[in-house]
Design a protein around this ligand. Structure first.
Ligand code: GN1
Ligand code: MG
Length: 343
């Protein structure tokens, strides 16, 4: 198989004695394997084209900074030639990272889980607050909500003949309507953030503490409430991002308390107070992204053992995110109060 050949070729670039290989399918974007080698466990990944190879310069700088501050983090493993990545036969980058031992979960099933993740996210933000590295890789417009909405409108116009258009169209209309109420203050400062703090991007130890954040391609400077909102939209769904459920208030409280304790007084009042609205914004924006992919069927990985096509899977995800976003909007005053109390 071509994929097997590519994996073997990528691994050959590294000074590792490989004993075993296992596909990891929890992420939606990069092709990922766990590698057992005499030297220890590692993660091998083929980078998705949404990222450029220069992202490895950023990963190296961020992880060196985190490690120097005493935080646990995956590190890039150098190739035999001392490079941070190696090109596959088609030119696409492959890279190897150290594997942090522990457990990855697909849903934050308890408030304690949220408190642990919150503490870890707060430590990462604190450690990077003074990080001055100019990022080599930029994903322009990651959380440019208007751009995501425009893409959804364009996909609607382009795929009118999609076999499930009659189901997708009303959902898209509801997403576009919900997005109208969602503008953050324009003057939020930019901070160094992870960029994708969903619960499956943390590794947990046996005692329940979160050891590290993983999935390091998205570090960037952006408005802090977008980052915390992205975390909360994931962590406050106890059955995971694909299940249709409202925001779990106990999860929200535990997450914010864990985060506030670890990050301390670095975030401004404006940043703290924008967090509940940003949680709704990110959920609706993600609903738009999933809904666009329900029409285009080309971006997010999907599970063929549970769904007949990418469309059905992305429809479930889009609906779940929209319901979640609505539930946050309907509870904004209570969530604001939790944020005020936590700091
Ligand atoms: C993707 O790569 P992964 O599965 O950790 C996506 C995020 C979404 C997330 C939703 C580069 O993250 O933006 O929030 O799915 N990553 C990219 O689960 O698009
Ligand atoms: Mg991931």
């Amino acid at each position: 198989m071509r994929e097997e050949r590519d994996v073997a070729q990528a691994l050959a670039a590294y000074p590792l004695r490989v004993r075993g290989l296992e596909r990891v399918s929890s992420g939606h974007i990069n092709l990922t394997f766990r590698v057992e080698a005499d030297e220890g466990p590692f993660i091998l990944q083929r980078l998705h084209p949404v990222f450029g190879p220069e992202v490895h310069v950023d990963i190296e700088a961020v992880t060196a900074h985190l490690a120097a501050r005493g935080l646990t983090t995956p590190r890039l493993v150098r190739t035999r030639d001392g490079e941070l990545w190696t090109p596959g036969p088609d030119g696409r980058p492959w890279r190897v990272l150290t594997c942090i031992p522990g457990r990855v979960v697909l849903a934050a099933e308890s408030p304690a889980r949220c408190a642990a993740a919150g503490a870890c996210l707060g430590r990462v933000h604190r450690a990077l607050w003074d990080f001055e590295h100019p990022f080599a890789h930029r994903r322009v417009g990651v959380h440019d909500t208007l751009r995501h909405l425009a893409r959804l409108r364009a996909a609607l116009a382009e795929h009118r003949d999609h076999r499930l258009f009659h189901e997708i169209e009303p959902l898209a209309a509801a997403i576009l309507a919900a997005a109208e109420k969602l503008a953050l203050p324009a003057e939020l400062p930019l901070r160094v953030v992870h960029g994708d703090p969903k619960i499956s991007n943390f590794v947990f130890a046996d005692d329940g503490s979160a050891r590290a954040m993983i999935d390091l391609d998205t570090f960037s400077r952006m408005a802090l409430p977008l980052e915390i909102g992205d975390a909360l939209r994931s962590w406050c769904s106890p059955r995971g991002e694909e299940s249709t459920e409202p925001v779990d208030i106990d999860h929200f409280r535990a997450a914010i308390e864990g985060y506030a304790t670890a990050v301390g007084d670095l975030p401004t009042t404006l940043e703290r107070e924008a967090t509940p609205l940003a949680t709704a914004l990110i959920a609706v924006e993600l609903a738009a992204r999933f809904c666009t992919d329900a029409l285009e069927e080309r971006y997010f990985a999907w599970d063929s053992s549970r769904f007949p096509s990418a469309t059905e899977h992305n429809l479930v995800r889009a609906r779940a995110q929209l319901v979640f976003g609505h539930s946050v909007l309907s509870r904004l005053p209570a969530l604001q109060e939790i944020v005020r109390a936590a700091w």
